[in-house]
Design a protein around this ligand. Sequence first.
Ligand code: ZN
Length: 452
Amino acid sequence: MPSMQVDSQQPITLPGPALDDLFADEQLASLLPKMENPTEESMGDLSNPMVMRTYYSRLLPWKPMFLWLNQSHVPTRQFTHREFAFTLQNEAYLRYQSFHSHEELRKEVLRLNLSRFEIGPMYSGRPKDRKALMKSAFRPLTRELVFDIDMTDYDSIRTCCKDKKMCKRCWKFITVAVKVLDDLLRTDFGFTHILWVYSGRRGIHAWISDSSAMNLTDEQRSAIVRYIDAVKGYTNMEKRLVLSRPLHPSINRAYEKSLKQAFAGVVLQDQDCFRTDPQQWENVVKMLPDKENAGHLLKQFPPTSSTASSVDRWTALAPAPSSSKESKHKAEKYKEAVTDIIVQYTYPRIDTEVSRKLNHLLKAPFCIHPGTGKVCVPLLASQIDSFDPDTVPTVGRLLLELEDLARRGDSSADWGKTSLRPYVELFERHAEGVVRERAREVKAEKAVSMEF
Ligand SMILES: [Zn+2]
């Protein structure tokens, strides 16, 4: 969390001259940190104020950002009454910023040379005017429905990395979660404008811009969270998740489509969870309803000494014990437990607090993660299998690309000539889709009101 919250009045009275005094527009277009032998590392040195300033002036795609948030080509309250929250380089945190246009937002971000910024809801009044408004006249009205999936919630099962570390292998848990959640949001709720945004280190956010999502109340958001959060409270794997039967159609669909496969490929094969982390093996065996069989399994594969693979262990565990004494009912319960364990391992683990409230702030796409220097790039769920967090552009690499271009005579290139381009183009297409849909709705609303 940011270290201090400054509840600022407009205009912000913070150090830093007006931007116009610092740089003329043409200077902004060719800004670049001056270095002797620039490398990706030196160009990505976030303690150099020119690094973020160059990124904001030449690379961050302000126009698509505006279209995506505003849902129209002309500024609406969706943008002008929208809260932006700023994190300065010293981690001071400024809430309730609002702007007439994306040019104004860009100028202020550049002037304060932010570390990063977050996006909140559209309010009934302009956030920067809120002090002049009656308290009841200032309340959040709409915002994207958002979700956050973070590797922290997979710490109890991933075996390759710990803490802030993340690699291609544990990222697969996130991949499964994205596929399942995206499918659920489309199939069960009918949402279509879903943008996924890599958080820059070890998580991913979803932003849903459909009107039906934008207009959800806090209560409705909480209800959706309860619907999705099937593994709530069971992610530490110490006790068994017991799903009700018959299985909810949504969970059953995820199970058949993704979870079974993910369990075999990620949990058993790649992470080899039960061999690498004996505690997980012990926990899972103890979750079984048949205590006699559990005893056999622990004898066959002792947690502290067995070297058998997870696949071999699971092959022994999964079939219901076929003793003639076993009733059909008992075998059924056993099968259910096995299914529950698979769901418990692979179903999306979401940070529920992020989604519940309209006024929750979430880091904007295309910000730079202060710890990794990576761009928080957008992507679609359909691309998640080929998405590799290790190859996401860093601010250092992008600035080095600009430096290369400048050396070859092109000193005012923007994102279009850098490796950021495919991400911006995807974002543009997504934003245009949101704008088109909103225009159709506005037209339909007008047609209805004409009839009266
Ligand atoms: Zn890992």
